[in-house]
Design a protein around this ligand. Sequence first.
Ligand code: SAM
Length: 248
Amino acid sequence: MASIRLHCPSTLRQNHVLDLNKQQVHYLFHVMRQHTGDTLIIFNEIDGNWEATISSISKKNCQLLVTSQLSPPLPSPDIWLCFTPVKQAPMHYLIQKATELGVSKFIPVMTQRCIVKNIKTDKYQANALEAAEQSNRTDIPEIASPTDLRSLLESWPADRTLLMADETGHGEALPTLLHSLAANSPLALLIGPEGGFSPKEFELCTSYPYIKRVTLGPRILRADTAAICGLSVCISQTGDWEKKPSFR
Ligand code: SAM
């Protein structure tokens, strides 16, 4: 079975011929040193996973012939991650791991103690795409435009519980809180900056009924660790861990 997976937004049907974009041609030709006749997997969120054969390849162009469907689209758990941007390396790690775990939407949230000012959402999107290709997802998580905490809360969909990771110990243990929610209720996790949320931000959050403060145990975790830890607990309890990898 081919192991290269590429996201192709065009309609995927048997015998369709597709032209790949510049980055994909570079990756196949220079990095993976692929040749005419080699096979790979292409996918998107509507048509699922398909096998394709390289019908021509050069430094600048690559055409694929779509051959057969390997699986229908694979839905991801309905969980969002709201996070205060951190430095580049932990940020890259966070987007990559959270995409592997199944997050469907990332929302960068500017908080009082956020030290990163230049938010590169296009880089976040590229990280998410790469992680989706490697982790067998057929959908690519959305990266929302950065917002401030107050605007996030004011425009929040009231039916989605927002789990605020609170390192001060005033929250309920995350697994206990999840047990009290209705099955399959939409969730989001909110992680603070390296300096933590300010007292004013905690006060602001207590006025919204859909926010639940949660603790992730007695140790103080780095923001990226807290995100991965919180998401793993949420997805293990309310996500799709009963399903198995489907076609590889
Ligand atoms: N400045 C804080 C301190 O020194 O106490 C630490 C902030 S922590 C590095 C960054 C974020 O991770 C926090 O704002 C919180 O959202 C989350 N976090 C870390 N440890 C946590 C825990 N034990 N329980 C809940 N959230 C935690």
